[in-house]
Design a binder for this molecule. Structure first.
Ligand SMILES: Cc1ncc(COP(=O)(O)O)c(C=O)c1O
Length: 463
């Protein structure tokens, strides 16, 4: 059917009219009640489609780590598989096989020991993966304490204020004491000595972040691991680390393969990563990978047979679509390690390009002089006559979404803008953004602002 014909509907009075000639475009559509009579497919489509145009443009959303572009073949696979329920492994066994392949690919990417079947699960995102990973640590802790005939009723987790909100959610939802180490002005990641002061025999795990939500920095995971090895020797406390690799888990293995943050470290027992961030898949997929099978307590795995054969599940939700999981597999095959590496290199190069340009603007001050992940944070110098919130609001009017916020506890007077560079943000886009920032600052202050030409050395960031 031609698209023209598709847009033609039969109105109530039986005359043929285009969608926009229908009465529904001049009458209010019910917003809170299901209409008694349906409005028909073409009208419903057009009304919803047009209303959603008010949303921001995902490509200009520099607030989000989440993927906003996939190639046409990926989109084809998404449409082909979106009616398959991921949990229904009896009906869709091959979908389950693909999920296990990805768990194995990621476990190997994160240097899990052994070549056997690895242990992990597909989740909706990193939030679900973190909750499930920490739950496994809570269970392991309880079992260990019961085995020693010790009190297991006061579990705690030790984390930095640099963690994502989901860690706090876990603590509250699953009744675990949260020991948050505050940030210090100028230091926005964990301090190993602070971690040491906060752990005890009731610590179910230490949380470390590979790319924090606030500044994109990496917690000192190797140093924390070394400290925990010493604590184990001295006090006998065997405390695992869960690494939150929501964004870094798909970047660091390709940009810094020698950096030790993963299962090569003795205390790292579980890792989450968002497939829908730098795994380059649209929203709805995350991964939890365990170092080995023993880290996932058998009690937490549920076996059900409602859908046919017996199925094992370790998820918070039951039914969910399989498309995003399938296109994760597509990306892994299509790009390979080399493709991911090239995309991460380009993305990082563009981030460095933008950062160096920001350094050349007289009213902007980067929070970090060098970066490891493609995330840029900057504040506005005192006395500039406007703040990050005003600039963010002006940028939004132009279409750019660049969030402004305060850093966490004890550094909350630091107000910053954050720009997340994704694969579809080119250096040309960086130039447009910079000239918009300068133009908007002039509108806010009435003054011309200076821009110097920066050096563009990527080496100082990588070293
Ligand atoms: C470090 C970190 N952890 C966890 C999350 C939550 O991830 P998701 O949105 O995949 O649930 C985010 C999201 O930005 C994050 O940056």
């Amino acid at each position: 059917m031609s698209s023209k014909k598709k847009n033609i509907i039969t109105d109530n009075n039986d005359s043929i009219a285009t969608t926009y000639a229908s009465r529904f475009f001049s009458e209010s559509i019910p917003k809170h009640d299901i209409p008694d009579k349906g409005i028909g497919s073409d009208v419903a489509y057009q009304i919803i489609h047009d209303e959603l145009n008010i949303d921001g443009n995902p490509s200009l959303n520099l607030a989000s780590f989440v993927t906003t572009w996939m190639d046409p073949n990926a989109e084809k696979l998404i449409i082909e598989t979106m009616n398959k329920n991921l949990v229904d492994q009896d009906e869709y066994p091959q979908t389950g096989v693909i999920r296990e392949r990805i768990v194995n690919m990621l476990a190997r990417l994160f240097n899990a020991p052994g070549n056997n079947q690895h242990t992990g699960t597909a989740t909706v995102g990193s939030s679900e993966a973190i909750m499930l990973g920490l739950l496994a640590h809570k269970w392991n802790f309880r079992k260990k304490m019961q085995g020693l005939n010790r009190d297991s009723s006061k579990p705690n987790i030790v984390i930095g204020a640099d963690v994502h909100i989901v860690w706090e959610k876990f603590a509250r939802y699953f009744d675990v004491e949260m020991r948050i180490i505050p940030m210090k002005k100028g230091k926005y990641i964990l301090d190993v000595d602070d971690v040491k002061k906060n752990i005890d025999e009731n610590t179910i795990c230490v949380g470390a972040v590979l790319g924090t939500t606030f500044t994109g920095q990496i917690d000192p995971i190797e140093e924390i691991n070394e400290m925990l090895e010493n604590v184990k020797k001295q006090k006998g406390w065997d405390i695992p680390i869960h690494v939150d690799g929501a964004s870094g888990g798909f970047i660091v293995p390709f940009l810094y393969p020698d950096m030790k943050w993963d299962f090569r470290l003795s205390h790292v027992k579980s890792i989450n990563v968002s497939g829908h961030k730098y795994g380059l898949v649209y929203p709805g997929i995350g991964w939890l990978i365990f170092k080995d099978k023993t880290e996932l307590p058998e009690d937490l795995i549920f076996y059900v047979n409602y859908l046919g054969g017996e199925e094992a599940t370790y998820t918070l939700n039951f039914s969910r679509g399989s498309s995003m999981m399938i296109v994760q597999y597509y990306n892994l095959l299509m790009l390979g390690k080399d493709g991911y590496k090239r995309i991460m290199e380009n993305t990082f190069k563009n981030a460095v390009y933008l950062l160096e340009k920001i350094k050349g603007i007289d009213f902007l001050e980067p929070v970090l002089e060098t970066i490891k992940l493609p995330i840029i944070t900057a504040s506005i110098k005192k006395g500039s006559g406007f703040d990050v919130f005003q600039l963010s609001a002006r940028l939004k009017e132009r279409g750019w979404i660049v969030p402004a916020y305060n850093l966490p506890k004890d550094a909350e007077d630091v107000k910053i803008l954050r720009i997340v560079i994704r694969e579809n943000f080119s250096s040309d886009m960086a130039d447009i953004l910079i000239s918009d920032i300068i133009r908007l600052a002039k509108e806010l202050t009435g003054k011309e602002h200076k821009k110097t030409t920066p050096g563009n050395s990527i080496h100082k960031h990588i070293c």
